[in-house]
Design a protein around this ligand. Structure first.
Ligand code: GDG
Length: 460
């Protein structure tokens, strides 16, 4: 397309997954997930394109169209993946932006790779965007892209959205080349965050580090105005509701309950296996409740889906070992033949299987130590058309600001976790229903479509 695209999404990953058919040919299918389903209609109707990595190292897939989305792959070598993605993005920025839940690692070659990959993303975007186009850049892997892109293409309207928390000034200050990263973001016209507090951290940083003078939610920078606001992300409510209403999914929920022991109450965790998610604390709390006899293996069962994630990063391997050792210990100590207290699945599950689990659950445990939003909490709520089931939710998630009818908990405090689990298990059905109704109303009124439209309206 000679004149370029009017709307361009830029994200680390393209919204597609590679599958190999029976014929041995490779195909690309749209990947599931709210972000993709929210942006796809906008990308399509505005004649847009998506710039990102295919997810496979040394992949030279060229431009192509999948389901009406024009894809512009940015190739990454195995070394780029190692340094830019697993290194600087996931071993430096990720832990630092999540309050140092694990110590960040700082390496100069990672920073160089991060620069050069960000530059390639900016160049690929500059090539496909039409004059005056709107570009929406996503997340912590691409913090430098807005400024790089503006230098190449001052005609563009550039938005940036950060899916993870933005740290307080004193934490951000630990980053080598912190001013450059901040200037990267200031290349955008609009910088969006999950929470107002994150936007304030960003503006305070601009004042403290660069001496800029924020005024309310904006700051003047290099002759432009940069706006920083919160846009809490959400889920595809209609899709979750459709799955929850599907008789096959409901049958699967009944089967799961029967399989786990029909009379046992079900506690559920669904997370990427990530040290920010508080999986260890949750399992520890459950183990203590069993040890103290507050709950028993005959009455209660915990299912923990721990989706494999970033398994080449040492801290993730270590987390896996710690969680699996603790699960083994609890099952060994409190289990019986044919009946264990913790069902641990280090596996990825389909969206339909996740919704079946949500429907089978008595108490959903969402206990991150820090989380930008947490979509699992919103999916659980959207799935519970029966207005039953209780949500235990960490106060350190973005979702807690909206779902304050959950059993809100401080996951650093094991006693508080135990208290919240017991309170949720013991809550009378009408109390659970009142809480669930309020939470459902909130999620239904603010779905992912609403999020995308609000962001783009503010950017326009
Ligand atoms: C980042 C931020 C922010 C999980 N296991 C499987 C699976 N999932 C799906 C869930 C949910 C999504 O993945 C996870 O989203 P979360 O929000 O819970 O967490 P992060 O992955 O850390 O997401 C977070 C989010 O970005 C959006 O801005 O909320 O704060 O950290 O949708 O259902 N999906 C499938 N199989 C699984 O095994 N198919």
């Amino acid at each position: 397309m000679a004149d370029g695209y009017e709307f361009v999404v830029v994200a680390n990953r393209l919204p597609v997954d590679r599958t190999v058919g029976d014929d041995g040919e490779q195909h690309w299918t749209r990947s599931p997930g709210g972000l993709v389903s929210a942006l796809e209609p906008i990308v399509r109707s505005s004649g847009g394109a998506w710039v990102g990595w295919t997810g496979a190292p040394d992949d030279d897939t060229g431009p192509q169209e999948v389901d009406g989305i024009e894809l512009r792959p940015v190739p990454l070598s195995a070394e780029d993946v190692d340094r830019y993605y697993e290194g600087q993005s996931n071993s430096t920025i990720w832990p630092l932006f999540h309050d140092l839940v694990e110590p960040p690692v700082h390496r100069r070659p990672w920073r160089q790779a991060y620069d050069s990959v960000n530059r390639r993303f900016a160049e690929a975007t500059a090539e496909v965007a039409a004059h005056g186009a709107t570009v929406w850049v996503h997340d912590y892997q691409l913090l430098l892209v807005p400024a790089m892109l503006r230098a190449l293409r001052p005609d563009l309207r550039i938005g940036f959205f950060l899916h993870i928390p933005f740290p307080p000034v004193e934490l951000f200050m630990q980053l080598p080349r912190r001013a450059e990263l901040l200037r990267g973001l200031l290349g955008a016209d609009l910088v969006g965050f999950q929470r107002p507090h994150a936007a304030q951290n960003f503006l305070q940083l601009a004042a403290g580090l660069l001496g800029l003078e924020p005024d309310d939610d904006r700051v003047a920078y290099e002759g432009r105005t940069v706006v920083a606001q919160a846009f809490p992300i959400s889920i595809d409510v209609a899709e979750t509701d459709r799955l929850a209403a599907d008789p096959d999914v409901q049958r699967e929920a009944d089967r799961l309950r029967a399989e786990l022991g029909g009379d046992r109450r079900l506690l559920l965790g669904v997370d990427r296996l990530d040290y920010t998610k508080g999986i260890e604390q949750r399992v520890e709390a459950f183990g203590e409740l069993l040890a103290e006899g507050v709950v028993s293996n005959d009455e209660v069962v915990l299912v923990q889906v721990a989706t494999p994630s970033r398994m080449r990063v040492a801290q993730y391997q270590q987390l896996r070992e710690r969680v699996e050792r603790e699960v083994g210990r609890i099952n060994g100590e409190f289990g019986a033949v044919g009946r264990v207290p913790v069902h641990y699945l280090f596996q990825s599950r389909s969206p339909a299987e996740l919704v079946a689990l949500y429907l089978a659950t008595d108490v959903m445990l969402v206990t991150p130590l820090r989380d930008g939003m947490n979509l699992v909490a919103k999916e659980f709520v959207a799935a519970r058309r029966d207005e039953q089931g209780a949500l235990v939710l960490s106060e350190f998630t973005g979702a807690a600001a909206e779902l304050d009818d959950a059993f809100v908990v401080n996951p650093h405090d094991v006693e508080d976790l135990k208290r919240a689990i017991v309170a949720a298990l013991d809550a009378p059905p009408d109390d659970r229903a009142v809480r669930m109704r309020r939470m459902r109303a909130r999620v239904q009124a603010h779905d992912v479509d609403h999020w995308a439209r609000e962001f783009l309206a503010a950017l326009a």
